[in-house]
Design a protein around this ligand. Structure first.
Ligand SMILES: *Cc1c(COP(=O)(O)O)cnc(C)c1O
Length: 450
């Protein structure tokens, strides 16, 4: 057993997520041995820059000594315990920390173990809230076109990306999909820095039609991640808040991707002067260490479930690994690092550097339609024609070709269609960004010129 071919063994057993496994005939799985900071190392010692934070979750680098330490300490105390009736200090302390940073009014924390589960939890909570407050007719959900909230059946129902949902349509709930802001190709010919959210008219029309039957609206605030890091202005959320209040519809903020400094502020909603009724967090919560998520809500919603047991109003929703102490310890360490090392302020500085450098490298490129950015997130949308904004034929899989090219050169990009993006750990250094930009540039040109 000394000469194990790990790649063959992988392909023998493993069905990888979100992959056409036939693609692996040509692009073999890369077997990672270890990680350090913004870098990953495969079993042959080859180095890769993890510019996408391993699917947006790694917040403070791989093998972060402080997070490692926190988990190791917790491990010797308690690995896990049933979270109904029983509790533990890491979970309690985590809530004490989070309540200081989440949008105002959010104060009750329901734990689960992945992003999709926290979305399911939010949807059920909203549904049951209305049922128990005299509005049982409020049973539907509204979401934005091109939105993404995970891939379990409920979460998929409030997502709008055909790539993930189309085949399963007969299995899904009948949600109202309202037309989302599309700032790069704005139908009103406005720009996102100065517009008045003219596109909000679609939400208004749909509320007029369906408002009375809606339980909640769910959105990815400010950045529609999976759609290609589509960025829209905070005003849209403020308008949505007002509309929700008018129609007694709950507002669910899915901050799974945008939370914990990704947008430059702690949460995307911090760019607005309003709060959601329910917020889901996961990804960066544990620094990308442990699968954990939380659905956070208000006292008002919590109170609608609070009654004598026999009234049957409890929220009968659970996950075996709810409140896992190792996850809570990692999350606590993350909060401590963010605060003590002033990470968000430093990341703002790095973000400015990154965007200016990307702008200088790509702005004049004939196939770069837009470089949109918020916080450290920067997305480069490649187009066939810059003037008409016409996309490349998706069958060409241009983004995928660039991905493969960049991997050979030691950069992990994983584009969304033809949108290449950087979403690095918040504490990435500028030299690493330089290197990533340089590889990205070379790969784009090699693929486009071939
Ligand atoms: C990743 C993501 C999810 C799903 O989280 P999983 O842990 O992958 O189930 C939901 N919503 C948004 C906005 C996400 O980015």
């Amino acid at each position: 057993m000394c000469n194990i071919n790990w790649i063959d063994e992988d392909l023998k057993y493993i069905w990888h997520p979100c992959s056409q496994m036939k693609d692996y005939e040509e692009l073999k799985p890369i077997v990672i041995d270890h990680g350090k900071g913004s870098y990953l190392y495969d079993i042959n010692g080859k180095e890769y820059i993890d510019i996408i934070s391993s699917w947006w979750c790694n917040l403070l680098g791989h093998a972060n000594p402080k997070i490692n330490e926190a988990i190791k300490n917790q491990l010797d105390n308690l690995e896990h315990v049933i979270f109904a009736n029983l509790s533990h200090k890491p979970a309690i302390k985590l809530c004490q920390e989070l309540i200081k940073v989440v949008p105002k009014g959010l104060c009750k924390f329901n734990f689960s173990d992945n992003g999709s589960a926290s979305v399911e939890c939010a949807l059920k909570m909203a549904f049951q809230y209305h049922y128990q407050t005299g509005n049982p007719q409020k049973q539907r959900f509204m979401c934005l076109s091109e939105g993404y909230h995970g891939e379990t059946i409920g979460a998929l129902s409030v997502g709008s990306m055909d790539l993930y949902a189309k085949i399963y349509k007969p299995m899904l709930m009948n949600a109202v999909h309202t037309s989302a802001p599309d700032c790069y190709r704005c139908p009103y010919h406005q720009n996102r820095e100065t517009c008045k959210c003219e596109c909000f008219v679609h939400a208004e029309e749909d509320f007029a039609k369906y408002g009375n039957e809606l339980a909640a609206v769910i959105v990815e605030p400010l950045i529609q991640g999976s759609a290609g890091m589509r960025i829209y202005p905070p005003l849209y959320l403020e308008k949505l808040r007002k509309l929700c209040d008018e129609y007694n519809v709950l507002l669910i903020a899915d901050e799974i991707a945008t939370g914990f400094g990704r947008t430059g502020k702690m949460f995307a909603f911090d760019y607005t002067n309003v709060s959601p009724d329910i917020m889901t967090i996961s990804k960066g919560l544990t620094g990308g260490y442990m699968p954990m998520a939380i659905t956070i809500t208000t006292q008002k919603i919590y109170d609608a479930f609070y009654a004598d047991y026999n009234e049957g109003k409890a929220f009968m929703h659970s996950h075996t690994y709810s409140g896992n102490p190792l996850g809570c310890s990692a999350a606590l360490a993350v909060q401590k690092i963010l605060r003590e090392e002033n990470i968000l302020a430093k990341a703002q500085d790095t973000a400015k550097y990154l965007h200016e450098k990307l702008q200088a490298t790509f702005a004049n490129h004939k196939n770069v339609g837009e470089i949109r950015h918020l916080g450290l997130i920067n997305a480069i949308e490649l187009v066939k024609d810059k003037d008409t904004k016409e996309a490349f034929d998706s069958k060409k899989r241009l983004g995928y070709q660039i991905y493969k090219n960049a991997l050979q050169k030691g950069l992990l990009l994983r584009p969304l269609g033809d949108v290449l993006y950087f979403n690095p750990p918040l504490n990435i250094d500028k030299q690493t960004l330089d290197k990533a930009i340089s590889i990205c540039h070379t790969s784009i040109n090699e693929v486009l010129n071939s």
